[in-house]
Design a protein. Structure first.
Length: 324
């Protein structure tokens, strides 16, 4: 059954103004005409939607349900019209981005702020996901417009463009002995310390936090194991734990603020490295907002002069691990 659009429009206005007269004025229609459209909608739905209480028009229980539907429909129609109109000029629009922890917390905010300086009308919504698959599948089914993670594994229907390289670094409390070494820190050096791990693991999905693989491989290659009695599932939580003396940790270079006086950073010997990839659909229509943002990300113009020294991804062949 297709509901009468004008009836829904009149009903929505009456519900919001609580008056046929005010609703008619807002719609530039006659009061009897608005009343008639609402009655026709009630007849079509075989139920009572509104009741007159004195001078106020109030919704019945069924009226509240229909109002929610009509409101959603109106909002979606408004969004559609605005989106189609503004997409060309980039005056308004929306971007839905999915990313792993590091990208969502420390890379996308920089990109988004600088993009919005040029296009202040664009609303950007970022969701941090737990796995690469969530990003890939979300982009593929259009739940997200674009994604960022560090997994080069091919996914049908998805294009992954490398644009940023990342080197993992060690962090320790200020004045820690490892931060004072004049040489890169080895896995053996860290094995002698308490280690704060990214986690916890996800036994339900039989999957480790993706960056664990990268760090674990680094220790395994040296034949040592890090002693960890604390796992924290957020980068800010890891840094706080390290500041408070829980041990040392290995994180992305982009997650560390050089101005953090309570946290020391140290280089790792043969450090784990990876690339970040911009994830997009490899076919189908792409809006001007999405296309412009995608090209902006890959251009790295947003990174000019950044104190954290963002680097272009140059080695695309190295296996990559995960979304953190």
């Amino acid at each position: 059954m297709e509901l009468n659009s004008q009836g829904l429009q009149c009903f929505l206005s009456v519900a919001e103004h609580e008056s046929y007269t005010r609703a008619a004025a807002a719609l530039s229609l006659s009061q009897p005409g608005v009343h008639q459209h609402v009655r026709k909608l009630e007849a079509q739905l075989h139920t009572k939607l509104v009741e007159q209480h004195g001078k106020r028009v109030v919704l019945t229980e069924h009226g509240r349900v229909v109002y929610q539907y009509a409101r959603r429909s109106k909002d979606e129609e408004t969004d559609l019209i605005r989106y189609l109109r503004d997409d060309v000029a980039l005056d308004q629009g929306q971007l839905r981005l999915a990313a792993g922890t590091t990208a969502a917390e420390f890379i996308i905010p920089t990109i988004a702020v600088r993009f919005q300086r040029e296009h202040p009308g664009i609303y950007i919504r970022v969701r941090a996901t737990g796995t690469n698959d969530e990003v890939d599948n979300g982009v593929l089914d259009r739940s997200f417009d674009l994604g960022i993670h560090s997994d080069a594994t091919p996914t049908p229907g998805v294009d992954k463009t490398p644009f940023l390289s990342d080197t993992l670094v060690g962090i320790a409390p200020a004045e820690h002995r490892l931060a004072k070494l004049r040489r890169p820190v080895t896995p053996l050096d860290i094995a002698k310390e308490r280690f704060v791990h990214f986690g916890p693991n996800d036994p339900l999905r039989n999957r480790r936090a993706p960056i664990q693989s990268l760090i674990s491989d680094w220790f395994t290659a040296a034949g040592v194991t890090a002693t960890s009695r604390l796992s924290v599932g957020a980068l800010e939580g890891i840094k706080r734990a390290v500041r408070d003396g829980a041990g040392i940790a290995i994180v992305s270079q982009y997650s560390v603020d050089p101005a953090d006086s309570r946290l020391a950073t140290f280089r790792l010997a043969s450090p784990p490295k990876r690339n970040f990839f911009l994830v997009s659909r490899d076919r189908g229509w792409e809006s001007n907002v999405v296309r412009t943002f995608r090209e902006y990300v890959v251009s790295l113009t947003w990174a000019d002069g950044d104190l954290r020294n963002f680097k272009t991804a140059t080695d695309h062949r190295r296996p990559n691990a995960g979304t953190l």
